[in-house]
Write a protein that binds this ligand. Structure first.
Ligand code: SER
Length: 872
């Protein structure tokens, strides 16, 4: 058996398949592109779904990758088995309608037995129940004995809707000593003896959302081999966690916790969880995921918090996760060098989230202790599931931790209730995800396969290659139709990198299409979305093209200004500023970036000043097409999580900014005219957003501001430059008047109290005061009521006051009256009902509101009557 490091194994695999005419492609980002059915990439084949279904043409019929994957379905098993992970790398070779079972099986066997030199007699094969073709190949061609080929019902592979099919797996027997020892232990057993190391999926079906399986026009191959699993076999380690791909993190965490790996099962589980989760969070953040309460962000948050908890289980009380990023960056240096570049950023995101969780962790523990006390008092032992869920949801408190603490008090949690609340939350998150994800169904573009398409900013005419209507390819379309059109050449710039798509007109011989957006499919094919406003459009006909150039110039100004803004922010705030998203259209620009405090007014003014200086310096822009490596060497800024091809475009404002960008830009900076920031705000932990305008937009903005000032001046009856002094004077006056009103109100209240006392009547020896007073709110009314009652010493008081469009009531009775049967709560209830309200309260004091102030005196009459009826 070969001894290989993880890096050597990855390379050997890719090179082997390259020698079988496969194109090596870099791993796609964990964030799926144009696939609303997936939250995160969880299999090597996931980024290639449209190639399997034939909707898009792959760059080569055979591809090989090592793909970053995250799966959380089995998160509870991570650390408890030798092979479960949230993050792992999947080695894969794919055939898109090219080779099939025979070659895929032969190459898998050749790689495993000849390149890795795995012992043939230890390899077991599983196949789908009725897959005789696979059986024949394994048995007759490869010469695997029939008793080591097992037919299994579950050998059918699918991941949500999309391409799927029967599969054949290769397992390795790691020896009896690794097994569970049960008499029926065999391939498929959950223990660690038989390790699945290769899965060959014969992708023949396309599954839709409803669960229908449609046979694909062409048969495909999708193979997956877990890098960490094979590494554990080659490195002769008892689990994936001892390989060079994970162990350095275990080593670090054990040192921080002051424990030794291999001495306690409990600590080992925690160390493994930390190693796995540490790699996941590093890669996820590197691909642009940020912690949040929904979607991918929630997956990240959960992983990170689990890691913190496992640290605490071993006694680590301080934040410790950021150092893992350095270790992970070294592990991934060869496969994902971008992690090294983004290290500081990834650490900052982790640091913030870890600190935040530590604060809530303490609060959560306090709350839980309170619940424990309450349960003890009530003589109960089970914590309500909804409370455990609240701890989880509000304080990010894993239920296992809740359960653990409860068990220290001989209590348990109602896990069923928790699961129920969790399921409801999941359902809400799922619904939210579906609402927010854009679900553009990928059209069937198989008709395109033979065409060559290009972009040319100068193109004035083109041939219509494909027309899509309602997601279907049509030969022609007519006025009133909404269509997507693909041309053989286009000057329209597609939406991308935050920039909106071009608009304009496509004119056919007999018709006109108003293009309202231009977009790009994941393989780069540009399509124009529009409305046929006149006549008809036919496939194959020649059309005239005109892009809305004025609009595009506005967009270009905003886009170049976005680059200048990023460079200026780095200058003023520091190198940690990184673009986290942007939106550039014809009216404004929006720039999201990482920064961990609000940007001060002075800093904003400085940024604005710098950008305007570069604009007025009138630097000519240079645009350079080069390789990624050269661009990196030049120090060009790249966007997180963005996939760039091997050839990249660098937009340069000499001496100021260099950025990888495919967007449209001005010729020289002075064309931007003017740059004005209109807002700055926080949009999440460590994330800020600036909105700004340029050119005509800036002019328009300033004009509006100016008009606003003029209007304000005229309303204040002063000149614009005097506005502030005038407002100061008015504010002073308002304060004086408020004071005066306060004094007068107290005086008035006293007088009213006096009047009320004079008007008091006595019923059967009980003093009764009922009347309307002036009181701005309930509190004032209560204060007046208190005064009257105190002066009466013995009696009943019911007061009403109008407050805006409502009416408030209070009723009070002194103790002796209550003893005689007076009930303020009952009085107020019926009184308020008359004025369209309700309320109630204690026998000695009650208050209520009503919605019909005009019924106030009627209500007070009712009060009189009730009091009378209560006095015996
Ligand atoms: N798609 C299959 C898997 O993930 C093989 O790549 O196992």
């Amino acid at each position: 058996m070969k001894q290989l490091t993880g890096n050597e194994l990855r390379k050997l695999f890719l090179d082997f398949f390259a020698s079988k005419d496969h194109l090596i492609q870099p791993s796609s980002s964990l964030i799926p592109e144009n696939d609303p059915t997936l939250l995160l990439i969880g299999a090597g084949m996931a980024p290639f779904k449209p190639f399997f279904t034939g909707k898009m043409k792959p760059p080569h019929p055979r591809i090989t990758t090592s793909q970053k994957c995250v799966r959380t379905g089995d998160i509870e098993n991570v650390g408890r088995t030798a092979r479960h992970h949230t993050f792992f790398e999947m080695l894969g070779n794919f055939s898109f309608g090219d080779y099939f079972k025979k070659e895929a099986i032969a190459w898998a066997w050749e790689f495993l037995t000849e390149y890795l030199e795995l012992p043939k007699d230890k390899l077991w094969i599983t196949i789908y129940t009725n897959d005789d073709e696979a059986f024949d190949i394994w048995h007759n061609d490869i010469k695997v004995p029939a008793d080591r080929i097992i037919r299994m019902e579950e050998n059918f592979w699918e991941i949500g809707p999309g391409p799927c099919g029967p599969c054949s797996e290769i397992h390795i027997d790691l020896g009896e000593e690794r097994g569970c020892g049960k008499p029926d232990c065999a391939v498929g057993c959950n223990c660690d003896r038989y390790l699945e190391i290769w899965n060959l999926v014969f992708t023949q079906f396309d599954r839709d959302e409803a669960g229908n399986y449609t046979p694909l026009a062409k048969k495909n191959i999708d193979t997956g081999a877990g890098l960490e699993r094979i590494a554990s076999v080659l490195q002769n380690k008892p689990s994936n966690f001892e390989t060079d791909l994970l162990y350095p993190i275990i080593d670090y965490a054990a040192k921080v916790a002051g424990v030794t790996y291999g001495q306690s099962v409990k600590n080992d589980v925690s160390l493994k969880v930390i190693a796995d989760h540490g790699r996941s969070m590093t890669i996820m953040i590197g691909d642009g995921v940020l912690p949040s309460n929904e979607g991918r962000g929630y997956v990240l948050r959960r992983i990170l918090r689990r890691a913190v908890r496992h640290g605490r289980l071993m006694g680590i009380e301080k934040p410790f996760l950021t150092d893992i990023v350095d270790i992970a960056a070294t592990i991934f240096a060869q496969a994902y060098p971008d992690i090294t570049d983004k290290k500081d950023y990834i650490k900052k995101v982790i640091q913030l989230e870890e600190e935040r969780f530590h604060t809530t962790l303490v609060q959560g523990i306090e709350l839980l202790n309170k619940h424990v006390q309450e349960l003890t008092h009530a003589g109960q032992t089970v914590l309500d599931g909804s409370m455990a869920f609240k701890l989880y949801d509000t304080f990010g408190f894993p239920w296992e931790l809740t359960e653990e603490i409860l068990s220290e008090h001989n209590m348990t949690l109602d896990k069923q209730g928790f699961d129920q609340a969790m399921a409801e939350q999941r359902e809400r998150a799922r619904a939210a995800r579906q609402d927010s994800e854009e679900s553009v169904a990928l059209p069937d573009l198989s008709g395109l396969v033979t065409e060559t398409l290009s972009c040319n900013p100068e193109a004035e005419s083109a041939k219509v290659v494909l027309i899509l209507k309602d997601g279907k390819v049509v030969k022609d379309a007519f006025d009133g139709d909404e269509v997507a059109v693909i041309l053989d050449v286009t000057p329209f710039h597609a939406e991308g990198g935050g920039q909106v798509g071009d608009t304009g007109i496509i004119a056919s011989a007999l018709g006109k299409i108003e293009v309202n957006n231009t977009r790009k499919l994941p393989d780069g094919t540009i399509y124009h979305i529009g409305h046929i406003s006149e006549g008809a459009l036919k496939t194959g006909e020649v059309v005239q093209l005109s892009v809305d150039i004025t609009r595009r110039r506005h967009i270009a100004r905003n886009h170049t200004a976005t680059h200048l803004l990023q460079a200026a922010l780095k200058q003023v705030l520091g190198g940690h500023v990184n673009q986290a998203g942007s939106a550039v259209d014809n009216s404004r620009l929006r720039f999201d970036f990482t920064h961990f405090a609000p940007v001060t007014t002075e800093q904003l003014a400085e940024v604005e000043q710098i950008v305007n200086e570069v604009i007025l310096g009138n630097t000519t822009l240079a645009i350079l097409e080069t390789t990624q490596a050269v661009a990196k060497e030049m120090g060009a800024m790249a966007l997180f999580g963005e996939k760039y091809g091997e050839r990249v475009r660098v937009v340069i404002v000499d001496g100021f900014s260099k950025e990888l960008c495919g967007g449209t830009h001005v010729g020289s900076t002075a064309e931007i005219g003017l740059f004005k920031i209109v807002s700055e705000a926080g949009i999440g932990a460590g994330m800020r957003r600036i909105e700004a305008v340029t050119g005509y937009g800036a002019h328009e903005y300033l004009k509006l501001q100016n008009e606003l000032i003029k209007e304000a001046a005229s309303a204040l009856k002063t000149r614009p430059e005097e506005i502030v002094t005038r407002i100061d004077t008015l504010n002073g006056r308002v304060r004086e008047l408020e004071k005066e009103v306060g004094t007068l109100t107290t005086k008035l209240a006293k007088n009213e109290v006096q009047d009320l006392l004079v008007a008091a009547n006595t019923i059967n020896g009980v003093q009764v005061v009922v009347g309307q007073v002036v009181a701005a709110d309930m509190e004032n009314l209560r204060a007046t009521g208190d005064m009257v009652r105190d002066r009466l010493q013995s009696g009943v008081v019911v007061l009403g006051a109008i407050s805006g469009d409502k009416v408030n009531f209070v009723a009070m009775a002194t103790a002796d009256c209550v003893a005689q049967g007076i009930h303020a709560g009952k009085i107020i209830k019926e009184t308020a009902t008359v004025a369209g309200g309700g309320g109630g309260g204690r026998p000695d004091m009650a208050q209520a509101g009503g919605k019909q102030p005009e019924k106030l005196s009627e209500a007070l009459k009712m009060a009189q009557q009730i009091i009378k009826s209560q006095i015996k």
